[in-house]
Write a protein that binds this ligand. Structure first.
Ligand code: PCA
Length: 324
C-alpha cells in the first residue's frame, strides 16, 4: 500500500515537471558556419518557434557539421537521430535525381527565377521527401554559382586536368564534361583541401568564397551565374506528428517566414560577397565569350541528362516552371 502511494507520487511529480519545465527539445544539425546567413536564419527560425509555441518546442541549431556532418544530416533526420535538419539536397541526387532540380545549369539563374523554380518543384519534392519519412519545411537559395580558379581561364580547354572541388553530382558532372578531376568535399573541409592542394578550383557562390577566405588559395572568380542551389530544411515526419496541432502550426508558419526572410537576406548580400572577393585581391570578371559558349553547351547536355533521369517528375517541374 505504502509502496504504491510512493510510485504514483513520483509519477505525478514527473508529469508535472514535464508540463511545467521540460519543453520538447529538437536538434537541428546544419553544415555551414555559425555566421553564414543560412545558419543565422535557422537560429531566427528556432527563436520564432520558441515564441509561437510559448516555449513548448525548443530547437537547438548545431552549425558547421558539429552534430552531423553535411553528408550525414539527411539520413540522421530520416532515422530520427535528429528531428530536423538543413541540407544541400542536391548533394543527394544519387538517391533521387529530382534533388538536383535546383542545380540545372542556366535554367534559373536569378533570385526571382529561383523562387519560381522552388514553387514549381514543391509538389514533387514534398512527395519524394514524404516517401523517405521527412516533411519539407522551407528552402533558401545560395547566391548564383561562379567558377573559382588559381589561374586565368578563358575556355573549357584551359580547365583540362584541373583538380576541382565538387559539392554534389551536378558540380562533379560539370568537371567531367570540362576535363577536370572532381573530388566531393563538404564546405567544412574546403579550406583544408585548398590549403593542401587536394583541390585548386570549384563552383560556388561568393558566400562560401568569403566564409572560407578562398582568396588565400585561388586568384580568379568568373561570375557565370550557373544556378542558385538551395539549402532545404526538413523535419522527421513522425517527430512533427507527435507535436500538438498548435505547435505543428507554429513550426509551419515559422518556416514560411524563414523562407521569405532567408531569401531576402541572400539577395541583399550577394553582390557584397563578390565585392569582398575582389577587395581581397581576387580578379573578378564575367566569362569570356568562348568560356560562356563552352559552359552553355555543357549546360544543355546536363539538362537533357537530368530530364532523362527524372522522367515524368522532372518534366512536371520544368512544365510548371515555364508556365509561370
Ligand atoms: N555554397 C555551398 C553550396 C553552394 C554554395 O554557394 C558550398 O559550396 O558548399
Amino acid at each position: 500500500m505504502h509502496m504504491k502511494t510512493t510510485v504514483s507520487f513520483v509519477a505525478l511529480l514527473s508529469t508535472l515537471s514535464a508540463g511545467a519545465v521540460c519543453a520538447e527539445t529538437w536538434d537541428m544539425p546544419v553544415a555551414y558556419p555559425a555566421n553564414n546567413y543560412h545558419t543565422e536564419n535557422a537560429v531566427a527560425f528556432a527563436n520564432d518557434v520558441k515564441t509561437c509555441s510559448n516555449g513548448a518546442l525548443e530547437i537547438t541549431v548545431h552549425p558547421g557539421g558539429s552534430l552531423f556532418k553535411g553528408d550525414e544530416i539527411k539520413r540522421a533526420v530520416q532515422l530520427g537521430e535528429a528531428q530536423i535538419g538543413e541540407r544541400l539536397l542536391s548533394a543527394h541526387a544519387n538517391e533521387n535525381p529530382i534533388f538536383a532540380y535546383d542545380s540545372i545549369p542556366f535554367l534559373a539563374s536569378s533570385f526571382e527565377a529561383s523562387d519560381k523554380l522552388r514553387d514549381a518543384a514543391k509538389p514533387v519534392l514534398a512527395k519524394v521527401l514524404a516517401a523517405q519519412g521527412v516533411t519539407l519545411l522551407y528552402s533558401v537559395p545560395w547566391p548564383a554559382q561562379g567558377m573559382y580558379f588559381d589561374k586565368e581561364v578563358n575556355s573549357v580547354a584551359d580547365m583540362k586536368g584541373v583538380k576541382f572541388r565538387a559539392y554534389n553530382a551536378t558540380t562533379a558532372r560539370v568537371a567531367e564534361l570540362s576535363g577536370m578531376v572532381p573530388t566531393q568535399i563538404e564546405a567544412a573541409e574546403l579550406k583544408q583541401a585548398l590549403a593542401t592542394g587536394v583541390v585548386e578550383s570549384m563552383i560556388s557562390s561568393g558566400s562560401t568564397g568569403v566564409d572560407e577566405k578562398v582568396w588565400e588559395d585561388m586568384s580568379h572568380f568568373y561570375d557565370v551565374k550557373a544556378w542558385l542551389p538551395r539549402n532545404t530544411v526538413f523535419v522527421n515526419t513522425e517527430a512533427m506528428a507527435a507535436l500538438p496541432d498548435e505547435v505543428q502550426d507554429c513550426v509551419t508558419k515559422s518556416a514560411e517566414v524563414a523562407q521569405t526572410r532567408g531569401t531576402e537576406v541572400a539577395a541583399s548580400l550577394a553582390d557584397g560577397f563578390v565585392k569582398t572577393l575582389g577587395d581581397n585581391g581576387m580578379s573578378i570578371g564575367m566569362p569570356s565569350e568562348t568560356l560562356a559558349a563552352d559552359l552553355s553547351a555543357i549546360g544543355a547536355t546536363m539538362t537533357t541528362e537530368w530530364l532523362a533521369a527524372t522522367g515524368d517528375d522532372g518534366k512536371a517541374i520544368i512544365d510548371a516552371y515555364k508556365a509561370q
